[in-house]
Write a protein that binds this ligand. Structure first.
Ligand code: C5P
Length: 211
């Protein structure tokens, strides 16, 4: 049996990475697809006072438990299930329970820094970068963080200027150079997503091409 095809999907915050990953999964509903998101691997800050957690730079590579992420990726590649952490953005901590992810013929790994991190990148067969204009990304992020992540306007703007934007320019955007494919217009680009799905199917059908 050949090893699974590992597909990395990177891109800035609120660029549409999750939407691209979801549409790929839906289009490959007849295949076994294992999905892991880098967001689930944020370090657990439960021992830090809540007020200090708000000041943490969550856009720096050190904010992630990359050792666990790579371990889980390798476990899935060996055809074994993992127990993925469940992260709570409101409290910046891990939930007590985990989420079982079964191995698949395709492993999708999505997150802002998955192409930046060499140890994660080295596990990938196909590398995607999802691009979207900065103004659209910050508007989406504002809406999402206030609605879903327990933040207010001032916090989102302050965090964006202090951490999100500089880390995006320093780490996320440059990681685009590692991509095999750049998808413009985020998750709305159904033509590019369709082409990606076609290419993944072709690679699955011809494993010698795949890895
Ligand atoms: O889903 P998305 O890719 O946007 O998630 C990454 C973003 O989540 C980062 O830009 C980071 O600033 C933010 N984050 C946060 N609070 C946390 C963990 C991550 O605002 N506790």
């Amino acid at each position: 049996m050949s090893s699974p095809l590992v597909v990395g999907i990177a891109g800035g915050t609120a660029s549409g990475k999750t939407t691209v990953a979801r549409k790929v999964r839906e289009a490959l509903a007849d295949c076994r697809v294992a999905f892991i998101d880098q967001d689930s691997y944020y370090r657990d800050l439960k021992d830090m006072p809540l007020v200090d957690r708000r000041e943490v730079n969550f856009d720096h590579p050190d904010a992630f438990d990359t050792e666990l992420l790579v371990e889980h990726l390798r476990t899935l590649k060996q055809g074994k299930p993992i127990q993925k952490p469940v992260y709570d953005f409101v409290t910046s901590s891990r939930q007590p329970h985990t989420h079982r992810v079964d191995p698949g013929d395709i492993i999708l790994i999505e997150g802002i820094l998955v192409l930046h991190m060499k140890e994660v990148r080295d596990e990938m067969d196909v590398k995607i970068y999802v691009d979207a204009d900065d103004d659209l990304r910050i508007l989406r992020r504002l809406t999402r963080d206030i609605k879903d992540r327990g933040r207010d306007f001032d916090h989102v703007v302050g965090q964006y200027l202090r951490h999100v934007r500089p880390m995006h320019m320093g780490f996320v955007e440059p990681s685009k150079h590692h991509a095999d494919i750049i998808i413009p217009h985020g998750g709305n680009n159904d033509i590019a997503i369709g082409m990606l799905v076609g290419a993944l199917r072709a690679r699955l059908a011809a494993p010698h091409l795949a890895r």
